[in-house]
Design a protein around this ligand. Structure first.
Ligand code: 5GP
Ligand code: MN
Length: 342
């Protein structure tokens, strides 16, 4: 499964017909979202000065070191500026998501603007909102796609060291350090190509993973010691956090990243769930092993989706009601969960 309908777009970029570029990505962007948008920002800077990355919300401060970060516009903080940039744009790049609902109010604005849109993404089942697409769920990350698309269409010279440092970040984070099943031989070849172009893998690793604040470290310890629940007959690990706990550990955007993976590190566990009572809504993260489709579970009960082994969802109900709903839906999968890897 692969879509590449960007030939005409590439011609328009090369000829200068398109020269004002608006790049956006999903709500609460992660390493792949920011790495790919800023990676593309560096690439398009070779063609124009009018290139802007607009995020629908804030993101982890652990990504602020990414080269180009100072130029990012956060829609929540500067909505007038973002709307003006959208109005001026020749084309809108939509990276690392494939449904306009993933970019909150920006989705409606992009739709109503009637601007040409480009979807570059690796999530399953895209909505047909785009004018141009470069898409395959076989790619490890959107950063991998941006790297391939840029080199294939514009050559290696458009990929600077700063650019490749952004792109390596998403390749690394979306594969969980080259660990998840989206890591293919090809992923390692792409990583090698990026290193040859100057990606500093050691510095990137340290800036992403060795940056826990003391309160974040204590939150992880607290979750493991006090909050982790093992639902043995479903081979499931569950952690949920209420608002008081988030406050106690001074949780900021990005602090809970990686928490859901702790459950999967336990022998025999094949499904791990993190439920958090965020200000706007109850947010859920799902991780699974083997053939258990976390995205289907998220889609069936919690208005979510994502990848087979890494998905997310949400609930409009209270934290307690959400946890109870989760427990009662989970038991339906007892046999299936028992059979994973057996
Ligand atoms: P996380 O648990 O890290 O927030 O998200 C894991 C994966 O699930 C990501 O790849 C993301 O694309 C997807 N995802 C997270 N939340 C949602 C959601 O609400 N809807 C959909 N469709 N996908 C989500
Ligand atoms: Mn991604």
């Amino acid at each position: 499964m692969r879509l590449d309908t960007t030939a005409d777009l590439v011609d328009k970029i090369k000829s200068g017909e398109y020269k004002r570029f608006f790049i956006t990505t999903h709500h609460k962007p992660d390493g792949d979202a920011m790495g790919s948008t800023l990676g593309l920002w560096h690439v398009l800077k070779n063609f124009s000065d009018q290139v802007t990355v607009v995020t629908p919300t804030d993101y982890s401060a652990d990504l602020n070191w990414l080269p180009g970060n100072d130029h990012v516009v956060n829609f929540e903080e500067e909505s007038n500026r973002a709307v003006a940039l959208l109005g001026e744009a020749d084309v809108v790049f939509c990276l690392d998501f494939n449904r306009l609902s993933r970019i909150n109010q920006l989705g409606e604005l992009v739709k109503n603007s009637a601007k040409p849109t480009v979807m570059i993404d690796h999530h399953l089942e895209p909505e047909e909102f785009y004018s141009y697409a470069f898409w395959t769920p076989q790619a490890s990350s959107t950063c991998e796609l941006i790297f391939e698309w840029s080199i294939k269409n514009f050559g290696k010279d458009v990929v600077s060291k700063d650019c490749v440092n952004c792109l390596f970040t998403g390749l690394m984070t979306d594969t969980g350090n080259f660990q998840y099943n989206n890591t293919k031989p090809h992923t390692h070849r792409v990583a090698a190509d990026m290193m040859e172009l100057g990606a500093d893998h050691i510095a990137i690793h340290e800036r992403i993973y060795d940056v826990f604040s003391p309160t974040r470290s204590r939150l992880f310890g607290y979750c493991l010691y006090q909050k982790l629940e093992i639902i043995e007959d479903c081979r499931t690990a569950l952690i949920y956090l209420n608002k008081e706990e988030l406050e106690e550990f001074q949780v900021v955007t990005g602090d809970t990243e990686g928490l859901v993976n702790l459950g999967l590190g336990i022998k025999g566990i094949v499904f791990s769930v993190l439920i958090i009572d965020r200000t706007e809504r109850v947010k859920m993260s799902f991780r699974s092993k083997g053939n258990f489709a976390a995205n289907e579970f998220a889609g069936n009960y919690f208005s979510g989706g994502g990848h087979k082994n890494a998905a997310g969802g949400q609930s409009e109900e209270s934290l307690e009601a959400t946890v109870e709903k989760f427990r009662s839906e989970l038991v339906k999968y007892k046999e299936e969960l028992q059979s994973i890897y057996k």
